[in-house]
Design a protein around this ligand. Sequence first.
Ligand code: AMP
Ligand code: ZN
Ligand code: FE
Ligand code: FE
Length: 281
Amino acid sequence: MIDLHTHSAISDGTDAPGALINKALANGITVLALTDHDTIAGWDEALSYLRPNLDLVLGSEISCQTLDGISVHMLGLLFDPLDQQLQQTLAQTRENRYGRMERIISRLNQAGFEISMSEVLAQLSDGATLGRPHLADALIEKGIVKNREEAFSELLHNHSKYYVSHYSPTPEETIRQIKAAGGVAVIAHPFASLRGRTISSETFTTLVAAGLDGIEVDHRDHTQEQRELLRAIAMDFDLVSTGSSDYHGNGKLNLLGEFTTSIPQWEKLESRARERRVVRV
Ligand code: AMP
Ligand code: ZN
Ligand code: FE
Ligand code: FE
């Protein structure tokens, strides 16, 4: 079973990277990608827990925004961790998430919700990327909401009056940087409309021109029709079609390996990377 999109507590998942590796092995996953939001800080721990029968793909889910403000998530896989340009972009996004969180908190405070930055930061693992799920966890701890789901549906969703975006590169620029670092770029859940506005089918032309390698077709946030449309787009542009869980530990219902990528599609994707960077012990 090949699962190319998972999160650890180094972003908004709830399993430490090592625990994620152990769960992947216990669940019969054979190829796992660690794709924390805007960071590679979990790679070393994940590597140190690796054992035979699991191939590890190191990556990141990179936050992007189109020029007209649509949020896009780009999975960068198999890139060189020492590439300065890409790391600088990720660092800028992570840094910007702090000021953005302060602004969301101040909007909540003005509406009478008592929550502070230090309470949110208390929910964050060491070295992790800050995100709205940590704010959700702080609101749960204070008894303001029951769970992350309620926090997002009531207060934190993208159309909420409390919502503030953070700096993000465009999807095209992100693809170019992933490719320049020798990796492959797969657009994550492109039609997942629960989260906000999504790109149109036409946008794929510019993404492909920038070097897009694949589309995450099979994902729980896509309907059957959206999957068929995305699979057709992938075929048209000779892109790889992936399926993945977007596992977040207890942070979401998504189960490890609930959607998977076929072996031929994975081999095609891997062959598009500059070097063979899959790790196996
Ligand atoms: P941010 O990166 O700070 O904008 O927060 C977005 C993250 O929140 C996404 O990566 C999702 O994994 C997570 N998220 C979005 N909606 C929900 C939800 N309803 N329940 C739990 N997590 C969510
Ligand atoms: Zn997430
Ligand atoms: Fe995502
Ligand atoms: Fe994700």
